[in-house]
Design a protein around this ligand. Structure first.
Ligand code: URA
Length: 266
């Protein structure tokens, strides 16, 4: 009995710490041999000479590695002629440590010829298991929201700022977002949507490059300027995961989607 209580307490402690699933080939515990620790590969560092434009303050290894990984991602993306090429670039990219803890790379999904592109924050546990965006609880709510304004999920293109799940669904760091952003921006250039819908504050802040709360950003037409100079109308709205916890805000999100629908029909 005492043993059972201890196990329950330990499990509760893990859940509180954000651990929501277990996986791994090697069992470990008190008596089992320790699992081998695999050092994450460090992204190649640029030399000082190569990076002379970098502000002096950004001299820590991590900052330097992040800057280098961003540069690498930006250069790679320019070469991607279509979505398939971009997808394999993302799958083979080693500049973001999130890839090491994720099960799957979750690239965008849906209709690449769609006029509308939805962008969320990052895959959750279900997306990480299946390899597609918005297939869990948030995804089901998103499907219903789309249906309520006469849109079918298969008619839309859906993606995330990050293609890898942050462990325990923690908030992505600025560095992780910065490294993955070039891949999202290239996806936008290749899809050429007429309208972008940003789901939640994280996606809105990342793409619009600001720090405004979603409550201030949502519901009004904004613009995203692509690297090619095209201006794309953008609408930010609440993230479905937020709406699952704050059902009273669903009406505002619905009004936002109606605005988007109207714009598509113009
Ligand atoms: N939340 C997101 O932001 N994206 C997903 O794909 C799933 C949940």
């Amino acid at each position: 009995m005492e043993n059972q209580l201890n196990i329950r307490e330990i499990l509760e402690w893990y859940v509180t710490a954000g651990v929501d699933e277990t996986f791994g080939e090697v069992p470990f515990g008190l008596d089992a041999p320790k699992p081998q620790v695999v050092e994450p590969p460090k992204p190649a560092l640029t030399t000082r000479a190569e990076d002379s434009a970098t502000p002096r303050a950004a001299t820590t290894d991590l900052a330097q590695a992040t800057i280098s990984a961003c540069k690498n991602a930006r250069e790679l993306c320019r070469e991607a002629k279509d979505l398939d090429e971009l997808r394999s670039m993302v799958e083979n990219f080693d500049g973001c440590a999130l890839k090491l803890t994720a099960n799957k790379t979750v690239f965008g999904g849906g209709n690449p010829a769609s006029k509308v592109m939805f962008i969320g924050e990052a895959p959750g546990a279900d997306e990480d298991r299946i390899g597609l965006p918005f297939v869990g609880r948030s995804g089901h709510l998103l499907d219903k929201m789309l249906q309520s304004v006469g849109l079918d999920r298969d008619a839309c293109y859906i993606t995330n700022v990050l293609p890898w799940r942050p462990p325990g669904n923690r908030t992505p760091t600025d560095g992780e977002i910065a490294v993955c952003l070039p891949f999202l921006k290239r996806q936008i250039e290749l899809i050429k949507p007429e309208v972008i819908v940003l789901l939640g504050g994280s996606a809105a802040n990342a793409l619009l490059d600001n720090e405004e709360p979603i409550s201030r950003l949502r519901g009004k037409w904004l613009e995203y300027k692509s690297s090619e100079g095209t201006l794309v109308p953008v609408l930010a709205t609440f993230h479905p995961a937020y709406l699952l916890r704050n059902t009273a805000q669903k009406a505002k999100a619905w009004a936002d989607l109606l605005r988007m629908r109207q714009k598509l029909m113009q």
